[in-house]
Design a protein around this ligand. Structure first.
Ligand SMILES: Nc1ncnc2c1ncn2[C@@H]1O[C@H](COP(=O)(O)OP(=O)(O)OP(=O)(O)O)[C@@H](O)[C@H]1O
Length: 763
């Protein structure tokens, strides 16, 4: 079809812009080559250009200055090389697709100017050929429709009129689609984008950010932003775009390492890891609560993951549920504080410091040192001081130790190198002391010190890390005494924990109280340089976890994203927002709701919202697609046959088909049968990446992810029977973008009773 004049003119502008970019890239590349050559040259001649002389102390100083100078020269070249490489990559992205929108804007009395918006700005001399999507003026594209608009510029609010709003789909420098729009962000563009297939990595939504999403992305006034949004409403996408926005807005003062994103699991981390690099930004720090906890607790105890705990609860093992609930409450968190306060006066449990099977500093001596300090000294302060004292004491002991027979025995086992070094040392000493006779004594002294130091180094580390504090015993002591501090905690709280410690693991529900006690005693670990904390899937955080995060990051701004309907603990109890306001303070807290689901077709969203008790507020995006299918089988063989047939059918039109089971155990059972018929990957653990094709995955690992087609493994009443599993079923169903099939082995779960019959087909 021939293009109209407008299209031709726009393509000419694309050609012009891309032409400029290509030219700049060529120039940059030749500079890159030159700098790379220089860096290589420095590396090749590094040792020729430094003067190495280690004979006298003065020479050593000179040599090290010379090495440092060369190293700095090299580092400077490598930095500028890295910087240029980054620019080249950005130009590559722009050359592929220079922009996605144009808005024409004028202020009163001025002529209308076209503003082109892309993923990064591009300037030719003084003229902006492309504006960054995060530039102040770009916000009118996301917020407004043609007509009067305003935006926040650095020097105040600007009023004006938007005369045109146009969207482009440009690939490889060619306009593939172009829409003029009167609505907010044109549905046509969104239709086009949402109609695509799923991928194993999350995509950026920069060209089609919606007005309500834009408000979250650009919010800079809230200290706590709480986003409650329906499944697929773009919470995670918005979080990542917001990070990109903040990095741009505060580019002189904010670095990606000062932002941390807590995500539900490693699989999810992997899934979102490409969004920021694709926008030309470095990734923020990404972690999971488990990863943080494991680093804090140390290798000696394996921290139980929420996923492991969920697996148990989904398999019906719930005997410790009540204790877990008490340990997850805010009261329990406060109880740790009360207990820690008492420790100021006495009661800390220490361990003996031992060497070669013998106590060298006893726990009683350590306690005496610790409690010799005035009560006004905080616990962490005292630990610091005691460690210093202990290190001194260790030094004294090590001198004694050097005289012992075992040292002599070990000296004999030392290699040639050590003796040579000892010889050199002895020579120097003799020169210094004008002493010609004590060579052997000096050599022995040197070697004995070396041996003892080596053997004592782990004790030194032990002391520096306060491992003489018997945290496990202390924590068990706290659990025993906790009923004094916590209402309703009558039963024994330590039984499961005690047994777990013996087996070398830390139960999930004990993780926060344990870490908090450790922190209150010895000081916390997290650096205070974090300015922004993002927490995704916030609905799955217990009150103690929230309180602990506040404690860890007292000066940071928080963005929390979640969906109570996807909560794995069910929706009972106090509303999470109230609790959060209690913990974080109401001041500058903002709650934003996202109600429209973009992930799924209208048919799927209409179906899944009916699974919920109160899903009325969820809206769907008008994208066509087949009705969900509920397929009932009379036996397990028949269910497997049905799943196999659906996978074969759906794979033809999908990149990804996910068969989602309730628990890992349920998936394992199905896997044995399905693998005979299908080529599929079983995602058992969070550490595996996400492949294309057909996968089998337990419900809680599929959180936050999406697939072209979803087949729910078994929606029978036997599998989903508990009211508390309603949210889980909703979470599973809402992973589907284009097709949803629910297979049931036997009668269908009553959790689907409320879904009107015209919203699905039964097969
Ligand atoms: N403005 C938008 N433009 C284009 N695509 C969008 C937009 N908003 C959301 N999407 C798409 O919708 C899908 C769901 O987004 P996302 O995963 O961020 O939602 P979520 O709210 O975190 O979902 P869930 O809670 O179900 O995990 C993604 O494919 C995302 O690209």
């Amino acid at each position: 079809m021939p293009h109209d004049e407008e299209w031709i003119q726009e393509q000419k502008r694309v050609d012009y812009t891309v032409g400029k970019m290509k030219k700049e890239k060529e120039e940059l590349l030749s500079k890159v080559r030159a700098v790379r050559g220089e860096a290589q040259e420095i590396r090749n001649t590094f040792w020729e250009d430094v003067t190495v002389n280690l004979d006298e102390p003065d020479d050593v100083v000179e040599t090290s200055a010379s090495v440092r100078q060369q190293a700095e020269l090299l580092a400077e070249r490598e930095r500028s090389y890295g910087h240029m490489e980054k620019n080249v990559k950005q130009l590559d992205r722009l050359i592929y697709s220079p922009y996605f929108a144009r808005v024409d804007f004028h202020e009163e009395g001025e002529t209308s100017e076209p503003i082109y918006i892309g993923t990064a700005s591009y300037r030719d001399e003084d003229e902006y050929l492309v504006y960054d999507w995060r530039a102040p003026i770009s916000s009118i594209y996301y917020d407004g429709v043609p007509g009067p608009v305003s935006y926040q510029a650095p020097d105040g609010r600007r009023e004006g009129v938007m005369d045109l709003k146009r969207q482009f789909l440009i690939r490889r420098g060619k306009i593939e689609a172009m829409f003029d729009t009167g609505l907010s962000i044109g549905d046509e563009m969104l239709q086009e984008i949402l109609g695509h297939h799923a991928s194993t990595h999350m995509k950026s939504i920069v060209a089609t950010i919606q007005k309500e999403q834009n408000r979250i992305i650009r919010d800079v006034s809230s200290n706590l932003l709480f986003v409650q949004g329906a499944a697929g409403s773009g919470k995670t996408s918005v979080a990542l775009q917001r990070i990109a926005y903040l990095l741009y807005r505060y580019r002189d003062s904010l670095h990606s390492e000062q932002i941390v994103l807590f995500s539900p699991n490693q699989l999810f981390n992997h899934y979102v890891s490409k969004v920021l690099p694709e926008l030309g930004e470095n990734n923020m720090q990404q972690t999971t609560f488990l990863e943080y906890a494991q680093a804090r607790v140390g290798k000696a105890l394996k921290v139980e993951s929420l996923l492991d705990q969920m697996e148990e609860s989904l398999e019906g093992k719930t005997e410790h549920k009540e204790t877990a609930q008490i340990k997850g409450s805010l009261e329990f968190f406060r109880a740790v504080e009360d207990y820690a306060k008492k420790l100021l006066e006495g009661g800390i449990i220490f361990r003996d410091i031992r060497f070669k099977g013998e106590t060298i500093i006893s726990k009683e001596d350590i306690a005496a040192m610790f409690y010799a300090y005035d009560e006004s000294y905080s616990l962490p302060n005292r630990f610091q001081l005691v460690s210093k004292q202990l290190l001194k004491e260790l030094e004294r002991i090590s001198k004694e130790e050097r005289k012992k027979p075992w040292v002599e025995e070990e000296i004999e086992l030392l290699g040639q190198e050590a003796f040579l070094a000892a010889h050199k040392y002895a020579e120097r000493k003799m020169r210094q002391n004008r002493d010609d006779f004590s060579g052997t004594a000096y050599e022995k002294e040197f070697l004995a010190r070396k041996i003892v130091n080596r053997r004592f180094s782990s004790i030194r580390k032990h002391i520096k890390q306060f491992r003489y504090f018997h945290i496990r015993a202390q924590y068990l002591d706290f659990l025993k005494k906790a009923p004094e501090f916590v209402r309703g905690a009558e039963g024994p709280l330590d039984a499961k924990t005690r047994a777990a410690f013996q087996e070398g693991w830390l139960p999930f529900e004990d993780t926060v109280p344990y870490m908090y006690l450790l922190d209150l005693a010895t000081g916390k670990m997290m650096s205070s340089s974090i300015k922004y904390v993002f927490i995704d899937e916030i609905q799955d955080y217990s009150p103690v976890q929230l309180a602990y995060l506040r404690y860890l990051f007292p000066y940071s701004k928080f963005t929390m994203l979640g969906d109570l309907n996807q909560s794995i603990f069910g929706t009972s109890g106090r509303p999470q927002m109230e609790l959060i306001k209690d913990i974080f303070g109401e001041e500058k807290a903002q709650v934003v709701y996202l109600t429209k689901s973009y992930r799924s077709t209208a048919a799927i969203t209409r179906f899944t919202k009916e699974i919920l008790q109160d899903g009325e507020k969820i809206e769907w995006f008008d994208r066509e697609g087949a009705l969900p299918v509920v397929a009932v089988a009379g036996s397990q063989e028949e269910a497997i046959a049905k799943i196999t047939a659906y996978v074969k059918k759906l794979s033809a039109e999908s990149n990804t088909v996910a068969i989602i089971g309730k628990s890992r155990k349920q998936c394992e059972e199905a896997y044995e049968k399905l693998r005979e018929e299908l080529d599929l990957t079983f995602i058992e653990k969070e550490y595996s990446g996400l492949p294309e094709g057909t996968i089998l995955i337990p419900s809680y690992l599929a959180k936050g992810l999406e697939f072209d087609s979803v087949i729910v493994l078994d929606v029978s009443a036997a599998t989903y029977h508990d009211e508390a599993e309603r949210n889980l079923l909703y979470t599973v169903g809402t992973r589907a973008m284009h097709n949803l099939v629910l297979v049931s082995n036997g009668p269908v779960t009553p959790l689907l009773d409320k879904v009107p019959e015209d919203l699905y087909v039964e097969e």
